[in-house]
Design a binder for this molecule. Structure first.
Ligand code: AMP
Length: 231
C-alpha cells in the first residue's frame, strides 16, 4: 500500500497503525534517508544537503535504496510505503519492481492500494511546526493536536522528544513546493489505474484509520483494475 499526501498529512502516524493491524512493515523513505545521514553512509552524505533544503533526493538514489529494502524477507507478505513514490519516475520504477522486472528471480506482486490524504493547507503548517518525534521508538506527537502527557517527553518510553531539522518554517515552504510540483501529479497516475482512494486527513486520527482500513478491505475483495469507492 502507498500513502500519498503532503508532508505533515499524517502518513507516518497512520502507517504505524496499519503496521500493527496487518503486521506488515512500514517503509518510510524519509526515515531511511535520515538513518543514512545519521550513519554518515555515502547515500547519507549525498542526500544530506538536499534534505536540509527541503528538496527531493534524486530518483535513482532513492529507487536503489527502496529496492534493497523491499527484497528483504519481511516485505514478502506486503508493505506500506510512506513518502515513496514522490515523482512519476519513482512510480514507474515501482510499477516495474511490482511486476517483478527489477531483480532476477523476483516474484510479481499485486498492484498497490494508494491512499491519498486530503488536508487543509493551514492545518498542514500547524502539524509540521508542532510535530515532535521520539528518537527511541519513533512515535510521532504534536504539541497542538496530539500532545504528550508530560511536555516534550515520550508517553511510552520517557525519551526527550526531538523536532526534525526540516520541520523548520523556512524548509517547510520548500517541501510543500516540491510536493505540489512533483508529487501531486501521482494522484492522477494512480487514479488512471483504478487504485486510488481519498481519505479526509483533517479528521481525527482514529477516523482516518477507519477510512484507510475500509479502503484496504474493499480493494482486497475487488478484482484488480476496479475503481473502488473514495471521494
Ligand atoms: P519525509 O520524512 O517523507 O518528509 O522526507 C524527508 C525528506 O527526505 C524529503 O524532504 C526529501 O528531501 C527526502 N525524501 C524522502 N522521501 C523521498 C523520495 N521518495 N524521493 C526523494 N526524496 C525523498
Amino acid at each position: 500500500m502507498i500513502l500519498l499526501g503532503p508532508p505533515g498529512a499524517g502518513k507516518g502516524t497512520q502507517a504505524k497503525r496499519i503496521v500493527e493491524r496487518y503486521d506488515i512493515p512500514q517503509i518510510s523513505t524519509g526515515d531511511l534517508l535520515r538513518d543514512n545521514v545519521a550513519r554518515g553512509t555515502e547515500l547519507g552524505r549525498k542526500a544530506k544537503e538536499m534534505m536540509a533544503r527541503g528538496e527531493l533526493v534524486p530518483d535513482d538514489l532513492v529507487n536503489r535504496m527502496v529496492g534493497e529494502r523491499l527484497v528483504q524477507a519481511d516485505c514478502a507478505r506486503g508493505f506500506i510505503l510512506d513518502g515513496f513514490p514522490r515523482t512519476v519516475v519513482q512510480a514507474q520504477w515501482l510499477d516495474r519492481f511490482l511486476a517483478g522486472k527489477i531483480f532476477e528471480n523476483q516474484k510479481p506482486c499485486d498492484p498497490p492500494v494508494v491512499v491519498q490524504f486530503d488536508v487543509d493547507y493551514n492545518s498542514l503548517l500547524e502539524r509540521l511546526t508542532g510535530r515532535r518525534s521520539c528518537p527511541t521508538c519513533g512515535r510521532i506527537y504534536n504539541i497542538h493536536t496530539q500532545p504528550t502527557r508530560v511536555p516534550d517527553v515520550c508517553d511510552v518510553d520517557g525519551s526527550k522528544l526531538v523536532m526534525r531539522n526540516d520541520d523548520r518554517r523556512e524548509v517547510i515552504a520548500e517541501r510543500l513546493k516540491a510536493y505540489e510540483l512533483q508529487t501531486r501529479p501521482l494522484a492522477a497516475y494512480y487514479r488512471r489505474r483504478g487504485r486510488l482512494v481519498h481519505v479526509d486527513g483533517d479528521l481525527d486520527v482514529d477516523s482516518v484509520t477507519v477510512q484507510i482500513v475500509e479502503a484496504i478491505e474493499r480493494f482486497r475483495n475487488a478484482p484488480v483494475g476496479t475503481e473502488s469507492g473514495g471521494a
